[in-house]
Design a protein around this ligand. Structure first.
Ligand code: PMP
Length: 381
């Protein structure tokens, strides 16, 4: 026995984003529009609650599913915010980020050899997560012409009707696309007709700028076939706390919790204390951060328009996804980094459908964003 990677690990290439970060790390004076996390620190009250819990010596494991006070607050928040009604005892598990929740779902609810339709371009973890679970992937590329929304047509064209489950994320990383309830109704009908389970990654649900978020689980006949993933990383700017949650029908959550209780025991205790406080007293900060993202979004979109670069009006998360002026977006991103010291990510790093586009994260202060956009403009012209 040697310590060689297992085949299913070997099958997964290193992240396409990593190369740019490695290059960028070696250079000075870089402005990074490449990272997918808030530039804000977590709200002070949440940080203070974490500190206080440590001072009180609250350093043990919690219940596997997470502290009850937290699950109750999440249930209340999701009801108020997104019209989702989940029982905090039976239908919810607190996880180490939405990432852990997704991994649990792939492993606990799919069998090796099952197929997962993955709406793309998408967050870089879905396909590797499926591969680690021994699950086959069906690529479902969305189209620039549809503003990267998921439609019945793209699902049909990709052969998703044969899949066992669908995973998608709206508001979307990397495109910033959102979907209205009416638009989701078509996707829901497709999933019902072809009996697909749905893994709905709603981590950016509170970062919407043009219409409120609708969860597919609120549509008729969908609650029983959907697991919803959310967390504190994005809206609450708490990425480093590593805290998320999954909500779904009791049998699904029970199965996910069975994997969770053996592999994680419980999500980080300090982070759970911070999250309780975040839900109790930090919603104004979320509103303020969202308003700032919206200002930056408008700024970035207007700059791309001035440059004559096609960029659809991304209405959620903190990403814009402009068309790349060069045919090869990787070459463009590398040259932009070398010549203008601005890091962006080529759309191809996020899977099928991202070709010819760049992901720009506007989770960056407005002053830096202005300098970065000036540099991009000078490079493009
Ligand atoms: N889903 C999406 C779409 C994301 O963009 C990210 C973070 N970049 C995650 C999940 C991971 O979130 P967490 O920090 O809660 O694991």
């Amino acid at each position: 026995m040697t310590l060689e990677p297992a085949d299913r690990v070997d099958a997964v290439p290193p992240s396409g984003i990593r190369r740019f970060f490695e290059l960028a790390e070696e250079m000075d004076d870089i402005i990074s529009l490449g990272v997918g996390e808030p530039d804000f620190s977590a709200p002070w009250a949440a940080r203070e609650a974490a500190i206080t819990s440590l001072e009180r010596g609250q350093t043990s494991y919690t219940a596997n599913k997470g502290k009850r006070e937290l699950r109750e607050r999440i249930a209340r928040y999701e009801q108020l915010q997104h019209d989702l009604a989940y029982d905090p005892d039976e239908e919810m598990v607190v996880t180490a980020g939405a990432s852990e929740g997704l991994d649990l779902a792939f492993r606990a609810l799919l069998n090796p050899g099952d197929t997962l339709a993955v709406a793309q371009p998408c967050y870089v973890s879905y396909v590797p997560g499926a591969t680690f679970a021994g699950v086959d992937v069906v690529d479902v590329p969305t189209r620039a012409a549809d503003e990267f929304k998921l439609t019945r047509e793209v699902l049909e064209a990709a052969g998703a009707a044969e899949a066992d489950a669908l995973v998608y994320c709206y508001p979307n990383n990397p495109t910033g696309a959102t979907m209205t309830g009416d638009e989701l109704a078509d996707v829901a009908a497709f999933c019902r007709e072809h009996d697909l389970a749905v893994f709905a990654d709603e981590i950016y649900a509170d970062l919407t700028y043009e219409h409120d978020h609708t969860s597919i689980a609120t549509l008729p006949g969908m609650r029983e076939r959907t697991v919803v993933f959310n967390g504190f990383s994005k809206a609450f700017a708490m990425t480093g706390f590593r805290l998320g949650y999954a909500m779904g029908p009791e049998p699904a959550i029970t199965a996910m919790n069975r994997v969770h209780q053996y592999t994680m025991l419980s999500a980080p205790t300090t982070a759970q204390h911070a999250a309780i406080e975040a839900l109790d007293s930090c919603l104004d900060e979320v509103t303020e951060m969202t308003a700032q993202y919206d200002r930056r979004r408008n700024y970035v979109l207007s700059r791309f328009e001035d440059m004559g670069l096609d960029c659809f009006p991304a209405a959620g998360a903190f990403y814009a996804f402009p068309e790349c002026p060069w045919e090869d977006a990787s070459e463009f991103a590398e040259a932009l980094l070398q010549e203008e010291r601005v890091a962006v990510v080529p759309g191809t790093a996020f899977g099928a459908g991202g070709e010819g586009h760049l992901r720009i994260s506007y989770a960056t202060g407005l002053d830096e964003l202005k300098t970065a956009m000036n540099r991009i403009e000078s490079f493009v012209s």
